[in-house]
Design a protein around this ligand. Structure first.
Ligand code: UDP
Ligand code: MG
Length: 313
């Protein structure tokens, strides 16, 4: 290794990716010739997120041939966000790149991404321009989610943005400095800022295995995203409250005046029930919203480790 050799850490979160890992490695090393000329060395960091298959074994057999391969293996499945942070913490590189193990993040564009870094960008991000091969209902809700986020959050969250990102050490350290427990990377990348170059490509099907994101998991993840990067739901709850106070006040005056003029025969039970149940519903909704933020706070306050390591090298 020459003295001024720089390191590019390739961070790969893996959950049940036994089949993808060797394919990913084989594809990625193909890009090395370009980087050799630039005097940049690869470092692979596979993060095994509590896989139930032999992902660890697959990484170990790569290590036997190549000692630049590293592993962080979790004690159980902590989720992709935890895997990302574990990888970033372990990375020693001057540059870091996050990539999925399933080759949906094409290694072939790594040289292009690196060239933008050389041009002076701090990070190079990627987004899919289409959602080919994805269930239509998922695409529909994904679009709604990004539309909503644009309206209610100050942090820019780009539609179709992938986690595939090449970053300088400075950006990596900025991300590591964000200590929150409830992590939503797409928001975190936007929040830290720095100059970012966006590259677009078409959706690619995964090479092996299957997606780990059910519709329900994605839905919960989107709620996490909203709560991590927006307090708009809380404001909406207050607006609801004020609105109902106003309506109640006007109603009170109306009833009072009517009672003065026409007396007060007991009537209107059905309308009363409607109003009571409506207000009750809104109150529960608002309490629920507050409860959601409180539960996030509860997790932050507990300050538990974001992941537990069983094995690493
Ligand atoms: N992943 C992970 N932990 C999880 C779920 C996924 O580390 O709990 C990894 C997975 O192995 C893959 C990447 O995150 O490398 C993206 O997952 P996937 O391909 O299932 O998501 P999709 O591309 O369908 O959005
Ligand atoms: Mg994938």
């Amino acid at each position: 290794m020459k003295a001024d050799t720089r390191i590019l850490s390739i961070i790969v979160p893996c959950y049940n990716e036994e089949k993808s890992v060797p394919l990913f490695y084989a594809e990625t090393v193909k890009q090395e010739t370009f980087f050799h000329d630039k005097n940049v060395e690869f470092e692979f960091i596979f993060v095994d997120d509590g896989s139930k298959d032999d992902t660890v074994g697959a990484v170990k057999s790569l290590r036997e041939k190549d000692d630049r391969v590293h592993l962080v293996s979790f004690s159980r499945n902590f989720g992709k966000e935890a895997a990302i942070i574990a990888g970033l913490e372990k990375a020693s590189g001057d540059f870091t790149v996050l990539m999925d193990a399933d080759l949906q993040d094409p290694p072939a564009i790594l040289p292009e991404m690196y060239q933008y870094i050389e041009e002076g960008y701090d990070s190079v991000a990627t987004r899919r321009v289409d959602r080919k091969g994805e269930p239509p209902i998922r695409s529909f809700f994904a679009r709604r989610f990004y539309g909503l986020m644009r309206k209610i959050s100050k942090t820019e969250i780009v539609d179709g943005a992938r986690d595939y990102r090449l970053m300088t050490r400075q950006v990596t350290d900025a991300i590591l400095a964000m200590k929150e427990y409830n992590r939503f990377s797409k928001g975190i990348f936007g929040w830290v800022g720095f100059s970012t170059k966006w590259i677009e490509y078409e959706n690619i099907q995964r090479v092996a295995g299957e997606t780990k994101w059910s519709f329900w998991k994605l839905f919960l993840y989107s709620l996490d995203g909203i709560m991590a990067f927006s307090t708009a739901p809380l404001s909406i709850a207050s607006v609801f409250g004020m609105l109902f106070c106003l309506v109640a006040f006007v109603f009170m005056i109306f009833i009072f005046v009517r009672a003065l003029i026409y007396g007060d025969p007991v009537a209107g039970w059905p309308s009363m029930m409607c109003i009571i149940s409506l207000i009750g519903g809104v109150q529960l909704l608002c309490l629920g919203i507050m409860g959601q933020y409180m539960s996030k706070m509860y997790m932050e306050v507990k300050d538990r480790p974001k992941y537990l390591v069983k094995e690493e090298f």
